[in-house]
Ligand binder design. Structure first.
Ligand SMILES: Nc1ncnc2c1ncn2[C@@H]1O[C@H](COP(=O)(O)OP(=O)(O)OP(=O)(O)O)[C@@H](O)[C@H]1O
Ligand SMILES: [Mg+2]
Length: 508
């Protein structure tokens, strides 16, 4: 190494330049210098005979190749954000959110440029570019490549997060800024509530998302959901309390940003999520995994990105992804479609970008992701990690089964012989939805008895007279009958599987 250091090596200069350009956010120049440096270093290595020195040179080459790839990736991401920004602030016109006005484009690139704005916001880091302390070629001035890549991604994410606040820094021409502001204000005044302004290119997707996904009031109250006490408490702690006590829920006490509800089918997971929407007054995005996977190239990714942009815009928000396993099953499976893999990766990135990630954000701006699944073991490891709280919603216990019977039968007249305690005992092993089915079936028995021997025409003719008879109370034997016809839909093996997963990965 000492011998290497003593020879004049012009590639060292190229490496230094490549890294400096990278540092200042000029990725395309960085890429050019990386390529030059790699080319020169490769030729230099060919002239070496000393084994150790040659090995050292090859290692350096590999490191430079890695840095080059990371820079290319970083440039791609920044370009994406850049395009997004331009699309947003120019307000459409061109297809795909591309800039239509070159003066705005120049405005963004000159003076207080977008890149400078990004760099300005970075904490100052000593990356060893000082000439005196510049490490020998190949010794990276960055952290490990992985750490540096993470850093790069964080920059992009924080850029994404700050899109709105960047408005001032972007230095749009005065008249354009005013038009933009007026548009937003007018919109708010007209509708009485703020409305996300999509670019032309995004319009259809955003309208689709708002129509299918934003749910204002699903009308399910906490009291409609029997049992699930721990889950209700945690959801309240995660969603409601941070809004009431924003100062407390900061730093290490930041609100949970991802919660998973898992358990056998029909135990109330979806109902719990709807109760969050009704009771918590956060904007509720009810996403079925299928809504986010599109066969069109890149569409799924775009939808995920827009979904989170909307969620941030309408914050505080809850993004509920039902059957999350179908979107986030383990990556890399052979049958996995490229489009859904990309949508999945985008979802992981977006989840890292939502507030709470740094712990310093205002809880009123929080975006919480709530997932539900009955196949938790199929979840991707990375997604599992992001869903910090994983709550088991088990089959209902005796007390919950009683509550379920009361909830389901509150409008059904019952005979005096009906013993709900006894029925609840008999329903051991039944899920909430099985119990609902039993109640419906039992409540129909009276009607079946009356209409058993009548033809449809006869029923039609005497329907009015039947009304009173149909109001006769449901009997205990109706329940016994219904229970004998409907069996539990969850097997013992299944329950053992849930218990095991809860032991391995649960986090309440
Ligand atoms: N805890 C509960 N309280 C009240 N009703 C319940 C409860 N659990 C289940 N039910 C009944 O079962 C039906 C299905 O519940 P829900 O859709 O919430 O189940 P899920 O856990 O999301 O099931 P899946 O895993 O199959 O999606 C509800 O409409 C309701 O009638
Ligand atoms: Mg469900």
């Amino acid at each position: 190494m000492a011998s290497l250091a003593s020879k004049p090596k012009d590639f060292e200069e190229e490496i230094q330049k490549a890294r400096e350009y990278y540092m200042y956010g000029d990725y395309s120049k960085g890429i050019t210098f990386y390529k030059l440096a790699i080319d020169k270093l490769r030729r230099y290595c060919q002239t070496l005979f000393d084994g150790a020195e040659k090995k050292r040179g090859t290692e350096c080459l590999a490191e430079l190749e890695r840095e080059l790839q990371l820079t290319i990736e970083h440039e791609r991401m920044i370009n994406e954000v850049h395009e997004n920004l331009l699309g947003k602030f120019i307000g459409g016109g061109g297809g795909g959110g591309r800039p239509v006005s070159s003066d705005v484009y120049n405005e963004l690139n000159d003076g207080e440029s977008f890149y400078n704005a990004v760099i300005d916001e970075r904490p100052t880091r000593d990356l060893g570019f000082n000439n005196n302390r510049n490490p020998p070629y190949g010794a990276t001035p960055f952290q490990t490549p992985a750490a540096r890549f993470q850093e790069a991604r964080r920059d992009v994410r924080s850029t994404n997060n700050n899109i709105k606040s960047r408005k001032a820094t972007l230095n749009l021409p005065d008249n354009k800024q005013k038009q933009h502001d007026n548009k937003r204000v007018n919109n708010q005044q007209n509708s009485g509530e703020k409305k996300y302004q999509p670019t032309n290119a995004e319009k259809d997707l955003v309208e689709g998302l708002e129509r299918d996904i934003v749910q204002k009031d699903p009308n399910v109250r906490w009291s409609d959901v029997a049992g699930c006490i721990a889950a209700k408490k945690l959801l309240q702690e995660a969603v409601v309390l941070p809004l009431y006590m924003p100062d407390f829920f900061r730093g290490i006490r930041r609100p949970w940003k991802g919660i998973l509800l898992f358990g056998p089918p029909g135990t109330g997971k979806t109902m719990l999520a709807k109760a969050v929407a009704t009771e918590c007054k956060t904007t509720f995005f009810n996403v079925a995994a299928a809504n986010l996977t599109s066969k069109y190239h890149g569409e799924g990714e775009k939808l995920v990105r827009l979904l989170f942009e909307l969620a941030k815009f309408y914050a505080p928000s809850t993004v509920f992804i039902d059957e999350i396993d179908s979107l986030c099953s383990s990556r890399g499976q052979t049958n996995e479609h490229e489009a859904s893999r990309r949508a999945k990766s985008e979802l992981l990135i977006q989840m890292d970008g939502v507030s709470g990630a740094l712990g310093n954000d205002d809880p009123s701006k929080m975006v919480m992701v709530l997932g539900a699944t009955n196949h938790p073991w199929d979840l991707d490891d990375a997604m599992r990690r992001r869903l910090e709280k994983r709550i088991y919603i088990p089959l209902p216990d005796l007390e919950t089964r009683k509550q379920l019977l009361e909830i389901n039968l509150k409008e059904v007249p019952l005979d005096t012989d009906v013993n709900l305690n006894l029925i609840a005992e008999k329903l051991e092993g039944y899920s909430g939805s099985d119990i609902t089915s039993v109640c419906r079936d039992a409540a129909m028995m009276q009607m079946r008895r009356i209409t058993e021997n009548l033809s449809m025409i006869e029923i039609q003719n005497i329907a009015q007279n039947l009304k009173e008879q149909l109001q006769l109370p449901t009997k205990m034997e109706d329940f016994t009958n219904a229970i004998s016809k409907i069996s539990s839909s969850v097997s013992k093996e299944m329950l053992e599987k849930y218990d095991k997963w809860m032991k391995d990965f649960g986090s309440v």
